[in-house]
Design a protein around this ligand. Structure first.
Ligand code: ADP
Length: 487
């Protein structure tokens, strides 16, 4: 007995469907054959009766009763049948087999014959108990029923043949069923075995063993299931690795400022330093604390974005003003490396956005540009506008990113080089913030040549009030160590 499960379901399903179909076909086939045989016997006798009746009506036979009966019997008898001659009350007057005279026959064929039909009856013969077919017809004289011709033939031969055929049909049926059974067990095994294997491997994965893989070349949906599970395990391993890297880099990021804060606070605590030294110490403590706050905020932002809990405060934002503000914010940092930041466009696009979040986006992009630019480099900010979108580009001429890494820089926790500091979350957060504004972030870069990041944002439909008042015609703004802001 097959135990409960898909295998049993499949086998049972196939078996039942084929069994029902076979049963139906065989029953119809045997009934058709039986009807065909019985009909041919009946029509053979009926044809003979037609001739007999024609003959009887044309040539009136002897008027003497006994002689007439003898003539009827001898003229009208038919091979392989017994001819009974009955009177209209069904009494057997004469027969070709000597058996059954004196009997009165009341079967349906006799009563129907009296109504003028050639009718048949199939059943067990009175006296012998043999299966027979009886075909009867009433001979008429002057419109009155005179005698009944009743031909009785044994059905033993036909029934034997039918039994033979039934046995063959059963044999064929059983062998077809056996074949179907073997086939369906094979089919069920081809599904259940891989499934069991996949189940066993996924149970191991559920216990945390993500290095196991589903082996075997499975086809169709099972193949897809196996490769999806393998891919899932591989991705879990990868993201675990990324997480481990993150933890190690974040620990490092936290430890450096903390060590510095601890060192300076211990030094200051011990006292005896001149005011200048104390001021430097306090400045370092403040700077490192800011760095720590920035780090923690970045992690908090990322976790909010992951859980879809980032709340957007939408309003009208002038992009030109926003970029100028960012240039001011990062001026000191750029100045340290002698980097010049230029805003090249004259347009003043106004969009519907969360000003703080958008600021965060461009702060991160320009901050990266500064971080990865060479000393005395240049960063170009520009804007382009069409009917539906405004695209802001941040271009630097710094170290660039290789083709291999550019695919992954937007992944969370990814950093080309951990030595540069940071969490690897900046671009992942930026990308999600841009997407929250229904925009898109695109990065192109060439190693050693520099990087361009394009942020495409939708313009609001219809007219909206212009932010920031009616400034001059725009033009090129720039911040540089020598010049400050020009706009
Ligand atoms: P992080 O906060 O560590 O800078 P990001 O997600 O902002 O993380 O950046 C991921 C990585 O992408 C960086 O570590 C750096 O290797 C690379 N990257 C980002 N921007 C630039 C750029 N302008 N030039 C070169 N490399 C960049």
């Amino acid at each position: 007995m097959i135990k409960k499960g898909i295998r049993r379901q499949i086998v049972l399903h196939y078996f039942l469907v084929v069994f029902m179909a076979l049963l139906l076909v065989e029953v119809i086939f045997l009934l058709a054959i039986r009807t065909y045989y019985y009909d041919s016997v009946h029509s053979h006798i009926a044809r003979h009766i037609d001739f007999a009746d024609e003959y009887y009506q044309k040539f009136r036979l002897n008027e003497d009763d006994t002689a007439k009966l003898n003539e009827i019997i001898s003229y009208f008898e038919l091979d392989l049948t017994e001819l009974q001659l009955l009177n209209t009350s069904g009494k057997v007057l004469m027969t070709t087999s000597d058996f059954g005279s004196d009997l009165t026959i009341k079967t349906s064929d006799v009563t129907q014959a009296l109504a003028g039909d050639i009718s048949r009856w199939v059943g067990k013969q009175q006296g012998t108990g043999q299966m027979v077919m009886a075909v009867s017809y009433a001979l008429q004289n002057g419109g009155e029923n005179e005698y009944i011709l009743r031909y009785v033939t044994s059905l033993d031969k036909i029934n034997n043949k039918l039994l033979h055929l039934t046995m063959w049909a059963l044999l064929i049926g059983v062998s077809v069923l056996a074949t179907v059974l073997a086939f369906s067990i094979g089919l069920a095994n081809s599904i259940v075995k891989p499934l069991n294997n996949i189940r066993a491997v996924s149970a191991q994965m559920a216990k945390g063993r993500f290095n196991v893989r589903i082996k075997g070349d499975y086809k169709y949906e099972l193949g897809e299931l196996a490769s999806t599970l393998n891919y899932m395990a591989q991705e879990i391993v990868r993201s675990n690795q990324v997480k481990d890297d993150f933890i190690s880099s974040i620990s490092h990021e936290l430890r450096t400022p903390l060590t510095s804060i601890k060192g300076w606070s211990e030094t200051l605590n011990s006292g005896g330093y001149d005011p200048d030294e104390t001021r430097i110490g306090m400045q370092i403590i403040t700077k490192e604390t800011d760095r720590l706050i920035g780090l923690v905020e970045e992690i908090l932002d990322f976790s909010k974005l992951q859980q879809n809990e980032m709340k957007m405060v939408m309003g009208i934002v002038g992009l030109r003003e926003l970029l100028q503000e960012i240039m001011l914010n990062l001026w000191a940092k750029a100045e340290k490396k002698g980097i010049e930041i230029k805003l090249e466009s004259e347009i003043k696009p106004v969009i519907y956005a969360d000003a703080n979040r958008l600021k965060q986006v461009f702060l991160n992009l320009v901050d990266n540009a500064i971080k990865f630019s060479h000393e005395n480099g240049k960063i170009l900010l520009s804007m382009e506008q069409d009917e539906k979108f405004v695209t802001v580009s941040v271009r630097d001429f710094g170290i660039g990113i290789s083709e291999e890494h550019i695919q992954r820089v937007k992944d969370r926790f990814f950093q080309v080089n951990h030595v540069n500091g940071g969490t690897g979350l900046g671009l992942a957060i930026t990308q999600q913030l841009v997407e929250l504004h229904h925009g898109a972030l695109e990065m192109t870069s060439e190693l050693g040549q520099g990087t361009t990041v394009k942020v495409k944002l939708p313009l609001p439909e219809g007219k909206i009030p212009v932010a920031g008042g009616s400034d001059s015609e725009g033009g090129v703004s720039s911040i540089s160590p020598e010049h400050g802001i020009q706009g």
